[in-house]
Design a protein around this ligand. Structure first.
Ligand code: PMP
Ligand code: GLN
Length: 398
């Protein structure tokens, strides 16, 4: 039987379609399976190995006990929409109407999917940075869009502004931004963000910004692109409770945007999941209302872990790119004599009992060459786990 359909465009967009028509699983699933098979420490897939705040966990348990177990409203429960609005105002001074400018989604992933499916016509162009989170390529493919990328290069993984300007044209429907950036750990500069807004105005494009790591920065605080002059009116801001509250499995995400954009995205979202996570919605609302110290605390805590793993990688002989945010740090395996990060990552469980992800998994073929020896390591793990990983990595050379 021949199975036709748009799955091929999704797989191709994520670089997972084989020459023989087979589809590979995502790099995250593959590497987590490798870790499970070999017993290696999993610094591949980015998920924390500790639970988040007890207030949040207890709120979910209480909601289940209180019978909040049926379909919530399509746009999300009011309490969570209000908490999202309060959060946007408290941290960023942005004001949104909880009934018309907020949409709760099944993780940031569904917010991205519904947005791209809602706003793209076949052949419309989407500009992202490269490397890019794999779902972007898959979803642009699924929506039959054309994916243009602007490279982020070492040493700081900031884009060249002229390359950015050259990539955005009147064919660009969406500029899809991600800051703090997975996989590079870069926080895009204000100059870059301003240029994106200028270009969006010049070419009548919509800005979609994925800010799931908004509270996980190690230097200057995160600047949401929607706070820049001229941005709010054409920006869809996406986030999720997964990273902020160590609840990646709950899949409670959201977006904030002007009403006409929310309405368009909702038209698609209601036929994807319709709704999700009834008892987790009040729990994430409780999380978003935690005192400011909670939010600074998680960044401080993660900074220690980032430093621990980055120092360990340097000691082991890698060149390490400073990470300014996210769960991730990029290291170059070339100084250790490994020029092919894919082969290196497949061998790493044997070499050091560690699993990591090659940066090329976030790149298209033609760009993958320049990232050939780069590896992404996740540091969202317990200190003792990171210490063990660092010690084992230091043994590679011996
Ligand atoms: N965007 C980025 C940049 C991510 O790293 C992730 C994954 N954790 C997501 C979106 C997906 O978020 P969620 O689990 O909320 O769907
Ligand atoms: N965002 C996580 C990462 O980059 C993984 C999410 C997933 O497995 N799809 O590691």
């Amino acid at each position: 039987m021949t199975v036709n359909g748009s799955w091929r465009r999704a797989a191709r967009g994520a670089g997972l379609l084989g020459d023989d028509g087979s589809i590979a699983s995502t790099i995250f699933a593959e590497m987590s399976a490798l870790a499970a098979r070999t017993g290696a420490i999993n610094l591949g897939q980015g998920f924390p190995d500790e639970d988040g705040p007890t207030e949040v966990l207890n709120a979910a348990i209480a909601a289940i006990r209180d019978g909040e177990n049926q379909y919530p409203p399509g746009i999300g429960i009011r309490d969570l929409r209000e908490a999202i609005v309060e959060h946007q105002e408290r941290f960023y001074g942005l004001r949104f109407d909880p009934d018309r400018e907020v949409l709760v989604t099944a993780g940031a992933t569904e917010a991205l999917a519904a947005t791209l499916l809602a706003l793209l016509e076949p052949g419309d162009e989407v500009v992202t940075f490269e490397p890019f989170y794999d779902a972007y390529g898959a979803l642009i493919g699924l929506a039959d869009g054309i994916h243009r990328t602007v490279p982020l290069r070492l040493p700081d993984f900031q884009p060249d502004l002229d390359e950015l300007r050259a990539s955005v044209t009147d064919r660009t429907r969406i500029i899809l931004v991600n800051t703090p950036h997975n996989p590079t750990g870069t926080v895009l500069s204000n100059e870059v963000l301003q240029t994106i807004i200028e270009l969006a105005h010049r070419h009548d494009a919509i800005v979609v910004t994925d800010e799931v790591y908004e509270h996980l920065t190690f230097g200057p605080p995160h600047v949401p692109i929607a706070t820049l002059p001229g941005a709010r009116e054409r920006t869809i801001s996406i986030s999720s409770g997964g990273k902020t509250f160590n609840t990646t499995g709950w899949k409670i995400g959201w977006l904030t945007a002007p009403t006409e954009l929310v309405t368009a995205v909702l038209a698609v979202k209601q036929f994807l999941t319709y709704v999700n996570g009834a008892p987790f919605q009040p729990a994430i609302a409780a999380g978003l209302r935690l005192p400011r110290e909670y939010f600074t605390g998680i960044a401080d805590n993660l900074r220690v872990k980032k430093d621990l793993l980055s120092d360990g990688l340097r000691t082991a002989g890698f060149d390490v790119s400073p990470s300014a945010g996210t769960y991730f740090v990029v290291a170059d395996a070339a100084p250790l004599g490994y020029r092919d990060a894919v082969k290196f990552c497949l061998a790493l469980p044997d070499l050091a009992g560690v699993v990591a992800v090659p940066l090329s998994a976030f790149c298209k073929d033609d760009y993958a060459d320049s990232t050939a020896s780069l590896v992404r390591f996740a540091f969202c793990k317990r200190i003792d786990v990171l210490e063990r990983a660092a010690a084992q990595l230091a043994d590679i050379r011996r």
